[in-house]
Design a protein around this ligand. Structure first.
Ligand SMILES: [Zn+2]
Length: 77
């Protein structure tokens, strides 16, 4: 897209990434959570992890947003 030329290429990549990536369950768009490094599907309330820059778009790997958050050490799982 033309607007990519006016922004950081990194942001451009992120935006284009989100254009391509959809939820494997509902085929809806995913929201990129930069802090958590997750891709969020609002309709399904799932968060897909991004590992080493690679989005893991498997429902089995996704985190349930409705589940009670474990305090602090979520990486232990
Ligand atoms: Zn979904």
């Amino acid at each position: 897209m033309a607007r990519c030329q006016n922004t950081w290429w990194r942001n451009c990549v992120d935006t284009r990434l989100l254009d391509i990536l959809v939820c494997p369950l509902c085929k809806g768009p995913l929201k990129y959570d930069k802090q958590a490094q997750e891709l969020i599907c609002n309709p399904d309330h799932l968060a897909y992890p991004i590992r080493d820059g690679i989005p893991i778009l498997w429902a089995e790997e996704a985190r349930d947003l409705d589940a009670a958050p474990r305090d602090g050490t979520g990486a232990a799982q």
